[in-house]
Design a protein around this ligand. Structure first.
Ligand code: GLN
Length: 285
């Protein structure tokens, strides 16, 4: 069987869960992972025979994809902010919206000429925010990251090594965490999807990604935001920034909560899809 025929087979097997364009993109990343061909090499090598040993690897990948398992978990890694991150079901697959938040934070630090300082990422998951900020803000930034999940911390630790980034990882639950450490930046993409919204989620996400990283109760959708804001009130330096990824439907409520806690310079930004997605604000003094 050659690669073109293999793509045909993938399409036939996956067409119930993905559209044709998605299957082509998934196929491309699977081929890159298994045979090492990038997209243009793949076009040139479409007629190349798939080696016997690799053929089985392709079929195993296809079996996992057929269950709806995200391709990033099947391959075991993904790209975020130009860096490679290992991913597995203990961590959320980094989303492009989160890259936009990282971009905004870097922009803010650059425009304030903030070249040294300390940063805490709360609920780090794969470590994508902490590690991409460490790589981009430079060696004079001390970066720490906390997560309640040991599986996530193990993955994040591996990702820090993989990317040669020094990050101090802390195993803790932000709902009960306190420390005397002061930070210039506190960043978080906490769980924010309500049970109500869960019903509208794609079942591939629902059945495969960690619920601990995604969901909050309908009664207290801002529980993590409130706890993190409280923590930031006591642990941010004056002029320090609190940076959040937020639920697109809770922009107003999240801003109001920050106003009530006296944060200042509260700025909300939309993501590429025009949805309220991130907030940066400053410590009141
Ligand atoms: N944006 C993610 C999603 O839509 C959720 C991230 C989060 O809950 N923090 O799946």
């Amino acid at each position: 069987m050659n690669l073109k025929q293999l793509l045909h087979h993938f399409t036939k097997e996956l067409i119930e869960i993905y559209d044709e364009q998605e299957i082509i993109s998934i196929f491309n990343i699977i081929v890159e992972h298994i045979s090492g061909f990038n997209r243009s090499q793949l076009m040139l090598n479409g007629g190349a025979e798939v080696e016997e040993v690799k053929y089985n690897t392709y079929l195993q990948a296809l079996d996992r994809l057929k269950t709806g398992e995200p391709p990033q978990y099947v391959i075991g890694d993904t790209i975020f902010y130009g860096l490679t991150f290992k991913v597995n079901p203990a961590v959320l697959i980094p989303r492009p919206e989160t890259e936009e938040l990282v971009d905004w934070i870097i922009e803010r630090c650059n425009s304030a000429s903030l070249k040294r300082g300390s940063l805490l990422d709360i609920g780090t998951g794969s470590g994508c925010i902490a590690i991409s900020l460490k790589k981009n803000l430079g060696p004079d930034f001390k970066v720490s990251a906390i997560d309640v999940s040991e599986g996530a911390l193990a993955t994040a630790t591996e990702n820090a090594l993989l990317n040669n980034a020094q990050v101090n990882f802390i195993h803790a639950d932000i709902l009960s965490y306190s420390s005397n450490e002061k930070y210039d930046l506190i960043v978080s993409n906490p769980p924010y999807i309500t049970m109500e919204e869960q019903k509208e989620m794609h079942h591939n996400v629902l059945e495969n990604e960690p619920h601990l990283a995604l969901f909050v109760s309908d009664e207290k959708p801002l529980i993590f935001y409130e706890a993190i804001a409280e923590f930031a009130l006591s642990n941010l330096n004056s002029n320090g920034l609190l940076c959040f990824e937020i639920n697109e439907y809770l922009g107003e409520e999240t801003m109001q909560m920050l106003i009530d806690k006296s944060f200042i310079n509260i700025e909300l930004r939309k993501d590429m899809q025009g949805k309220d997605r991130m907030i940066i604000c400053s410590h009141p003094n």
